[in-house]
Design a protein around this ligand. Structure first.
Ligand code: IMP
Ligand code: MG
Length: 186
């Protein structure tokens, strides 16, 4: 018997087919939320849930609804530009709402791939003098990851395939899709 065709979307020149339904994403988020609830239940100061824009907005919204401790919510962007000096690329955080010195921070990411972005982020947070920084990411590509920072709260591990939806984009399209879609080789 033929299996029914999977739902497809076209974004610019690429075709994607559905890979993970929202209900499954949500079940996995629940498990990670329970771990975060246990780990941050007795903090001396309210932790800061720090979403990295743009991709983390959907994951952040669903995760926050499952957290049961008092926390602050902030969103940041990492901007990188070529520095004038010979040191090359310079990164900075934009959007921080005051000092985060001495605070416990959970960085909320859409996806960690090679780990380059999260490494920059963790260095910048250390420079801000945070008390602790942990990473919660909706998707993690362990086969591609090549850095030393611990990814403490990966919600779902995937292979090296390119995915869109649930905040993730292909050339800024696809972020609004509720389910996760994977690129189709044609
Ligand atoms: P990094 O390699 O861990 O630094 O990831 C860099 C960025 O690549 C992520 O923040 C995403 O914006 C993007 N990225 C990596 N894999 C995917 C994917 O499968 N779909 C959409 N964006 C991705
Ligand atoms: Mg990102």
């Amino acid at each position: 018997m033929e299996t029914p065709a999977k739902k497809r979307v076209t974004l610019y020149d690429k075709t994607f087919e559905v890979m993970i339904l929202y209900e499954e994403l949500d079940r996995h988020i629940q498990k990670v939320a329970e771990r975060i609830n246990r780990d941050y239940a007795d903090c001396d100061t309210p932790p800061i849930m720090l979403g990295v824009l743009n991709g983390s907005f959907m994951f952040m919204a669903d995760l926050l609804k499952k957290l049961d401790f008092g926390c602050e919510v902030q969103f940041i962007k990492m901007s990188s530009y070529d520095g004038a000096s010979s040191t090359g690329k310079v990164c900075e955080l934009i959007g921080l709402n005051g000092s985060i010195k001495g605070r416990h921070v959970v960085v909320v990411e859409d996806i960690v791939d090679t780990g380059g972005s999260i490494e920059h982020m963790m260095k910048l947070l250390a420079a801000e003098g945070v008390a602790s920084a942990a990473v919660a990411t909706m998707f993690f590509k362990p086969d591609s990851y090549s850095r030393d920072y611990e990814i403490k709260y990966p919600v779902m591990n995937i292979g090296n395939e390119f995915i869109v939806g649930y905040g993730l984009d292909y050339d800024q399209l696809g972020r609004n899709l509720k389910d996760i879609y994977v690129i189709v080789d044609e």
